[in-house]
Design a protein around this ligand. Structure first.
Ligand code: NAP
Length: 295
């Protein structure tokens, strides 16, 4: 429930990744309810259309208030197509919620040759954000919200083995990807100083969604058993929606939020050298032209 005037969000375009399920679907619904145009990014057309119909119904809005775009974040070509399809519509972009995320029991590699968790949770969002950044700047005031996790605090950036080739565990990879999102948030905020584009990240809490259910072993069993103690997706989406829409956070940038409050992220996430190093490596890994990446 929003406590402050969120009227500025009405009519604004908000893109949400991972929008067919859990926190992303609830975020789409809440933003549409506030009068925003929710652009749901999903990887599967049929499930995307089903979720879009559900969001239209839950938010009580017309079909025009919610649209669907398809992209698989495990493919840079698909992310590039998403950005280019959006830019071709010549619509402004006011909010980008980088929400999609996975935790995987077994190591897998994407078509681009990267460890899947690292690419889906972090690298593809880095690419998408950079590809849409000119539009976000042109549409300012605008906001970027990165959905990270308190698990980032257990993460470590292993720059010599970002793809976890030397030893994989689902949680280690997930934590590193979420730490990468916090570092990305802080570095991007610096690079966007003076632009009226803000970027913050959020830990949604422990939320009963599909998260972890497709992973192997104990995690999958644990999240299923523990789900009765967890937040609903709507409550889990609350801080994302707050960061996207509330005037209370207008101009606030580079912060880590939990329950609508600025919280303290891990010590490693405050390492400016690591943030810059990750940025430079990400530019190379995603082959963003130097001219496109903000300096
Ligand atoms: N739930 C929690 O307790 C919790 C806690 C901390 C942080 N988070 C974070 O919150 C975010 C949302 O997760 P959730 O809890 O709502 O889980 P969820 O229900 O599993 O939703 C994850 C979303 O990401 C999408 N996704 C996964 N792989 C993708 C890919 N390759 N390309 C495009 N989309 C992809 C999923 O699409 P499909 O349905 O097609 O797989 C789904 O829409 C994640 O970043 C997660 O790490 C969750």
């Amino acid at each position: 429930m929003q406590s402050s005037d969120t009227s500025w969000i009405a009519g604004k375009n908000c893109m949400i990744t991972g929008a067919n399920s859990g926190i992303g679907k609830a975020t789409s619904s809440a933003l549409a309810k506030l009068g925003a145009h929710a652009i749901m990014v999903c990887r599967d057309s049929a499930r995307g259309e089903e979720a879009r119909s559900e969001v239209i119904q839950t938010a009580g809005v017309t079909k025009d208030g919610v649209s669907l775009m398809i992209a698989d974040l495990a493919s840079f070509a698909s992310v590039r197509k998403l950005a280019s399809d959006f830019l071709q519509t010549s619509q402004p972009l006011h909010v980008l919620v980088n929400n999609a995320g996975v935790i995987l029991g077994n190591r897998s590699v994407t078509v681009d040759g990267f460890e899947t968790t690292f690419q889906v949770n972090y690298l593809s969002h880095f690419l998408l954000t950079n590809l849409l950044l000119d539009e976000l700047r042109a549409s300012a005031p605008s906001r970027i919200v990165n959905v990270t996790s308190s698990a980032h605090a257990g993460g470590h950036m292993d720059f010599s083995d970002l793809q976890e080739e030397k030893g994989y565990s689902g949680f280690k990879s997930y934590s590193q990807s979420k730490l990468a999102q916090v570092l990305f948030t802080r570095e991007l905020a610096k690079r966007l100083e003076g632009t009226d584009v803000t970027v913050n990240c959020v830990h949604p809490g422990a939320v009963a969604t599909n998260w972890g259910r497709h992973s192997a072993g104990l995690l999958s069993v644990g999240v299923r058993l523990g789900s009765i103690f967890m937040l609903s997706p709507e409550k889990g989406a609350d801080t994302s929606v707050y960061l996207a829409s509330s005037p209370e956070v207008s101009g606030v940038t580079g912060m880590y939020f939990y329950k609508r409050k600025v919280a303290q992220p891990s010590k490693e996430s405050l390492d400016d050298d690591a943030a810059r190093r990750l940025w430079d490596m990400s530019v190379q890994l995603t082959s963003i032209p130097q001219a496109t990446a903000v300096r």
